[in-house]
Design a binder for this molecule. Sequence first.
Ligand code: XMP
Ligand code: MG
Length: 178
Amino acid sequence: MKNDIEKIFFTEEMIQNRVRELGRILSADYEGKVPLLVGVLKGSFIFLADLARYMDILCDIEFMTVSSYGAGTKTSGEVKITKALGSVIENRHVIVVEDILDSGLTLEYLKKYLSELNPASVKICAFLDKPSRRQVPIIADYVGYECTDAFYVGYGLDYAGHYRNLPFIGSLKPEIYS
Ligand code: XMP
Ligand code: MG
């Protein structure tokens, strides 16, 4: 698996240092509030697992699944919820946890959808942010790292379902796509 990687952009150490920082920041910002972390499956599962363990306040955890890129590397532009939330978010402080903010279409849709369920607040925490690709003006409230316009795998991010279990984030050798 590691032989398929062309370049490492974010090492395991960089990732863990930054997620630890984000955990501290969220713990301070949400002190006394018991936020509800909503992970967007599947990409966010590793980030959310680390982030939650770096938080030292009470929190609840939920997951949603939205349709995304399928096996390709370009967004279809269409967002569909395929696994709904398992709990009521009315009056809750919701933090949507995403692997990467790209065109922004997914999070724009999700933020609107969740806001209509009357939460106390909705914020977005994305590990990577690719601002150059934005199609809608959405900004994440908490970001791990800004990144350039490449296709990334690892730390939850996949190509055709694989590479999510890499502890670092990198790009694939071109021959892997062919
Ligand atoms: P949008 O465009 O709606 O997309 O902001 C967010 C979702 O797109 C996927 N995505 C990626 N997945 N490597 C991936 O494995 C990438 O470089 C990448 N860029 C976007 C991802 O599922 C994210 O939730
Ligand atoms: Mg995703």
